[in-house]
Structure formats: structure tokens, C-alpha cells
Design a binder for this molecule. Structure first.
Ligand code: NAD
Length: 256
């Protein structure tokens, strides 16, 4: 169990990040939720987790596209035993048409934020004598697809950075790994199903299996609960010697 541990999860007011925060709280960790907004509903999410799981939960606003705000998040959280870098965005375009501002934003949010939060969190973990870093990369941290140059560069960068930090902490009770999800059913993905059904005149089942999950041999989405469970495992004693590696949760995508 993770009772008494403090976990910071970036980009956790929806989707995978929220799923991870909930599973961490279920395992007993106190959690810090984050995104770049500061709405009542963001704070309500934290309050609901505290209520449901009987842990401390707070929401801290910080924009992961800004290096100083990434570092401030660690300070403001008031403790960091577990750091989960999950914030991420996507843009799809051929490289010769890729908008420069989208490139910069994706590299900043999906990759540079991980550098800044890890740099700020490691001294805190060292002082407390224990730490776990889990970086949410992607199957696109290990393989490529056309039209996603920025995302794929950033996710490959996160995988490489995770290995480096694992080597820098190898003789300390700190581990650093990356999880590589395939297609995960988040509200974002769910919302695309009706439009795609109309566009292709296909059933929901056909859209899921033959459009969305063409590269996922299981033909099933991964779930946010499974991502949360994998993260909790990487924070457990059983995973103390797992460092500098990737765990794919992708229904066989990277076996192809
Ligand atoms: P999502 O859009 O539901 O979640 C992204 C989260 O990041 C949100 O909480 C959002 O508020 C936050 N975020 C965005 N910009 C931010 C910023 N500037 N500062 C702080 N927070 C910011 O998407 P998701 O599917 O849950 O994705 C979460 C992570 O998982 C991403 O890194 C994504 O690349 C990765 N991933 C997703 C899938 C998938 O199929 N859904 C597959 C592989 C990897």
C-alpha cells in the first residue's frame, strides 16, 4: 500500500491522469491533481477523491508548457514521493505543414515538463529517502506513425530521459520508468466515436475495431483503471528493481 506517500500527477483533471490519481488514492496515497485551469470543478475533483478514498487530495494549478510553473508545482505540492508525468496534447499534420507553435507546445508540454518536474522532484525524494517516477509515454514513444512528428519526438524523448534518470538514481531507493499505452478509452476518444460512425457510415463496433484499433491486435482499448493499476504496481516494493525501462499497455501493438 502507498499509505502516507504523496503523489503528484500532472495533467490529471481528466482521462488517464485522473484515472491514475484515483488508483493511487485507492492504494492509500495522498494525491495532488494538476492542470492549467483553476475552475471550481477542478478543486471539486480533488475533494471527491478525498471523500471517496479517505486520503488527502488537493488540486494545484500549473501550466506544464512553462518550465518555472512545472518546478513550482513540486514546491507548492508540499512533498513528493511519487511523480507521475502525464500531461500531454496532440496535433496531427504532415511535417512540412506542421504549425511551429503546435510543435513548440507539444515539445514543451509532452517532453520539457518532464525534465523540469523531475529536476525539481529528485532533491525532495532524496531528502525523504525514497522515490518513484512514472512517465506516461506512449506506444508512439517506441514506434512511429505518419503526421505525428512532434508527439512522437516528444514521447521518444520521454522514454530516453526516463532511462537516463534511472541510471542517475540507480544506487538510490528511487526508480524511474515509462509506461507506453496504446489506444486508451478516455472521454476524448469516446467523443470521436459518434462522428466517425457517421463519417464512415459504420457501426460503433466497426469504428472501434477497424478504424481506431487497426494497430492494436487485442481490438480492445486499454482503460484508465489499467493505467492506474500499472502505475501503482511500479510504485510497489515488487517493482523496486524495475528501473529505466518501459511497460507497454497496448494490447500487443508493439509486438507487431
Ligand atoms: P486528456 O486530454 O484527457 O488528458 C490530458 C491532460 O493533460 C488533461 O488533464 C489536460 O488538462 C492536461 N493538460 C493539457 N495541457 C496542459 C498544460 N499545459 N498544463 C497542465 N496540464 C495540461 O488525454 P489522455 O488521453 O488522458 O492523455 C494523457 C496522457 O496519456 C498524455 O500524455 C497522452 O499523450 C498519453 N497517451 C494517451 C493515449 C490515449 O489513447 N488516450 C495513448 C497513449 C498515451
Amino acid at each position: 500500500t502507498l499509505a502516507g506517500k504523496s503523489a503528484i500527477i500532472t495533467g490529471s483533471n481528466s482521462g488517464i491522469g485522473l484515472g491514475i490519481a484515483r488508483e493511487m488514492a485507492r492504494a492509500g496515497a495522498n494525491v495532488v491533481l494538476n492542470s492549467f485551469t483553476d475552475r471550481e470543478e477542478d478543486h471539486a475533483l480533488a475533494a471527491a477523491i478525498a471523500e471517496e478514498f479517505g486520503v488527502d487530495a488537493q488540486y494545484v494549478k500549473a501550466d506544464m508548457s512553462k518550465g518555472d510553473e512545472c518546478r513550482d508545482l513540486i514546491t507548492k505540492a508540499g512533498g513528493c514521493d511519487i511523480l507521475v508525468n502525464n500531461a500531454g496534447i496532440q496535433h496531427v499534420a504532415p511535417i512540412d505543414e506542421f504549425p511551429v507553435e503546435k510543435w513548440d507546445a507539444i515539445i514543451a508540454i509532452n517532453m520539457n515538463s518532464t525534465f523540469h518536474t523531475m529536476a525539481a522532484a529528485l532533491p525532495v525524494m532524496r531528502e525523504r529517502g525514497w522515490g518513484r517516477i512514472v512517465n506516461i509515454a506512449s506506444a508512439h514513444g517506441l514506434t512511429a506513425s505518419p503526421y505525428k512528428a512532434a508527439y512522437i519526438a516528444a514521447k521518444h524523448g520521454v522514454v530516453g530521459m526516463s532511462k537516463t534518470v534511472a541510471l542517475e538514481t540507480a544506487q538510490e531507493p528511487i526508480t524511474c520508468n515509462a509506461i507506453c499505452p496504446g489506444y486508451v478509452l478516455t472521454p476524448l476518444v469516446e467523443a470521436q466515436i459518434p462522428d466517425t460512425m457517421r463519417e464512415y457510415n459504420m457501426s460503433r463496433e466497426d469504428v472501434v475495431k477497424n478504424v481506431m484499433l487497426t494497430r492494436q491486435p487485442s481490438k480492445e482499448f486499454a482503460t484508465v483503471e489499467q493505467l492506474g493499476g500499472t502505475t501503482v504496481f511500479l510504485c510497489s516494493d515488487a517493482a523496486a528493481q524495475i528501473t529505466g525501462t518501459t511497460i507497454s499497455v497496448d494490447g500487443g501493438w508493439t509486438a507487431l
